[in-house]
Design a protein around this ligand. Structure first.
Ligand SMILES: [Ca+2]
Length: 74
């Protein structure tokens, strides 16, 4: 194997690792901060989509814990 090929492969590997970590960071950040309230949505289904992404309900969209986010919007 030629040396420059090895360098190219290493670069590709590094880029892939960075991309994987960036993706993971984004997901964990999304569900770790209380950045939404029911006021941020115009329909219940919009709120439900966001709630479904973070079922731990970090945004407190489902205060009565019935699995339905922001009943007040429906
Ligand atoms: Ca609810």
């Amino acid at each position: 194997m030629k040396p420059y090929l090895l360098v190219m492969l290493l670069l590709i590997l590094v880029v892939l690792i960075v991309l994987i970590f960036a993706e993971t960071d984004q997901v964990s950040e999304e569900c770790s901060e209380d950045i939404y309230n029911c006021d941020n949505f115009t329909t219940q289904s919009e709120a439900q989509i966001v709630f479904n992404k973070c079922p731990t309900d970090v945004y407190h969209l489902d205060n009565n814990k019935d699995g339905v986010a922001c009943e007040s919007l429906s």
